[in-house]
Design a protein. Structure first.
Length: 167
C-alpha cells in the first residue's frame, strides 16, 4: 500500500482497521478522505499522521505523538514537562482540578514531539498538539497563541511555557 492508501492492485484502496494501524474512526476518516482525493486525481502531500488517541473517561485521556521513552528509544535527545490541572483557573472554577498535561519535546530545538493529557476537555484540546507535531512547531511557537481566559486551553500555554529554559 502506498501513501495514498492504494494497494498493490491499481484502483483498489484500503483504509481503517484493515490496514493494521490505529483502529480509530477518526484515523479511518482521514485515510478515506486522502484516498478519495487520490482517486479524483487531486494529489496532496498531507499526512494522516500523527493520529490522536482519546479515551472518554472522567477526566478524559488523550495522547498524540511520542512518549519520552519512545523518543529516547529512537535516539532523540528529548525532555518532558508536566503541569497540573489544579493550577488552571477554569479547572478550579468547574471543580475539575484532577489531571495534568505532559509535553515531550526535543531538547535542543524545543520541537514538540508528543503530548499526553489526563484532564477535563483533553479530547477537545489534543488536536492543537496534533497540528503542532504535524507542522514541526516548537514550544515557543505554541506559546505565541493567545488562548482565552479563563479556559481549559490555557493549560496548553502553561505546558509549553512553564519549562525553566523557556520561561
Amino acid at each position: 500500500m502506498d501513501d495514498d492508501y492504494e494497494t498493490s492492485i491499481p484502483g483498489i484502496y484500503a483504509i481503517g482497521d484493515v490496514i493494521g494501524k490505529l483502529p480509530l474512526a477518526h484515523a479511518a476518516t482521514a485515510q478515506g478522505k486522502k484516498a478519495v482525493r487520490h482517486m479524483a486525481g487531486k494529489e496532496d502531500g498531507n499526512s494522516c499522521e500523527p493520529v490522536p488517541s482519546c479515551i472518554y473517561t472522567s477526566p478524559e485521556i488523550a495522547s498524540v505523538g511520542l512518549t519520552l521513552e519512545q523518543a529516547k528509544n529512537r535516539g532523540i535527545a528529548a525532555r518532558s514537562h508536566k503541569i497540573l490541572s489544579s493550577a488552571n483557573g477554569k479547572s478550579v472554577l468547574t471543580m475539575q482540578e484532577r489531571g495534568f498535561i505532559k509535553v515531550v519535546y526535543e531538547e535542543q530545538s524545543h520541537v514538540l514531539l508528543g503530548a499526553h493529557m489526563f484532564c477535563a476537555r483533553a479530547t477537545d484540546m489534543i488536536s492543537e498538539f496534533a497540528l503542532a507535531i504535524q507542522r514541526g512547531l516548537t514550544m515557543e511557537e505554541m506559546a505565541e497563541v493567545v488562548r482565552p481566559h479563563p479556559s481549559f486551553s490555557e493549560m496548553i500555554t502553561d505546558a509549553v511555557t512553564s519549562v525553566p529554559m523557556l520561561a
